[in-house]
Design a protein around this ligand. Structure first.
Ligand code: ZN
Length: 148
């Protein structure tokens, strides 16, 4: 593993990929969306209980690489309790960060550990996949989401 790669797979990412948070089917979810990343083979299904425009609960299932799993895990933690508008804002900031490496640490919080992903274009799709699926649930889309 090169220095850059080990930097990417920091401790927090490894921890979340090994023991993902909210990794289960959410009983009572009223929004579900699937995301596929054919380039890597990541498949993530996101469950959301949306009430009064607030993400009351969120979980995910699926299989994928360390980055996609860790991203899904940390995403569920950061979107829980947020309004739909807040969640969309976080998505935009996360998307910008993994694409460019630029971020505002007060807005992005713990998700900052993914800032290094922008140096690995193949991994950007892995990191953003669960977010695309979550966004689809918030927008009420039912078609599977693909990064391609
Ligand atoms: Zn992946």
């Amino acid at each position: 593993m090169s220095d850059d790669l080990s930097e990417l797979y920091q401790e927090v990412i490894l921890d979340h990929s090994k023991s993902p948070r909210n990794f289960r089917k959410l009983e009572g979810a009223n929004r579900v969306a699937e995301g596929h990343n054919p380039l890597c083979g990541d498949q993530i299904k996101v469950y959301v209980l949306l009430e009064d425009d607030v993400v009351r609960d969120i979980s995910f299932e699926g299989s994928g690489c360390a980055i996609s799993k860790a991203s899904a895990s940390m995403m569920t933690a950061s979107l829980k309790g947020k309004t739909r508008a807040e969640a969309q804002k976080i998505f935009e900031k996360f998307h910008q960060m993994v694409k460019t490496g630029d971020f505002d640490s007060t807005a992005i919080g713990k998700l900052e550990v993914f800032a290094g992903v922008h140096k690995f274009p193949m991994r950007v799709k892995c990191a953003i996949l669960p977010w695309h699926a979550a966004l689809a649930t918030l927008e009420g889309k039912t078609e599977p989401v693909s990064t391609e």
